[in-house]
Design a protein around this ligand. Structure first.
Ligand SMILES: [Fe+2]
Length: 177
């Protein structure tokens, strides 16, 4: 398996979902036209796949990279910290959307501000990885490194973009097709 290709595919998929999320956030200006259930599903996905599978895989790449190239330490530490921040931000946004879909009152401005902050943060995070981390890893890591990284991966399938779409994500999957 080509790990960089997989990470790149994940980024494209996440970008597609972020665009969907941002469209829904923009719709919140017009009362009642945002689909909070689907926004919740997007964030369910983010907390299940990117936060639990994609980021840990990148963390393994970063560890290897720093072993080979100490000058990558700062970049690596920044990205590791951002993974922790993202997990916190995505859980907070999911929690907010769960409250909305459970019928609780959450101020629209709060959802919109939290959603936009999350989307902007994740976007610039992925850009940093695309532009700096992945090219550096491609230049630096050996076949043996990639082999060892592959052994450390959690083999969890992508519940939206993988071979089988999980039941709870069916509606979201159909919407973004
Ligand atoms: Fe990433």
């Amino acid at each position: 398996m080509d790990i960089l290709k997989r990470l790149d595919t994940d980024h494209r998929n996440v970008t597609q979902l972020l665009e969907f999320l941002e469209t829904q956030l923009a719709r919140m200006q017009q009362i009642e036209s945002a689909d909070f259930g689907l926004m919740r599903d997007v964030m369910h996905y983010m907390t299940h796949y990117p936060d639990r599978v994609h980021h840990p895989l990148e963390d393994l790449v970063i560890q290897k990279l720093i072993e080979h190239d100490p000058s990558a330490q700062q970049l690596g530490e920044d990205i590791l910290r951002e993974h922790k921040d993202l997990a916190r931000k995505s859980a907070a946004l999911l929690e907010m959307l769960l409250q909305v879909t459970d019928g609780e009152m959450v101020p629209r401005e709060e959802i919109e501000a939290t959603g936009r902050d999350y989307a902007a943060f994740l976007r610039s995070h992925m850009e940093k990885e695309d532009e700096r981390l992945f090219p550096l890893a491609e230049r630096t890591l050996t076949n043996q490194d990639w082999h060892e990284i592959a052994k450390g991966i959690k083999h969890l399938a992508d519940p939206v973009f993988g071979a089988v779409v999980q039941n709870q994500f069916r509606q979201l999957y159909q919407r973004i097709q």
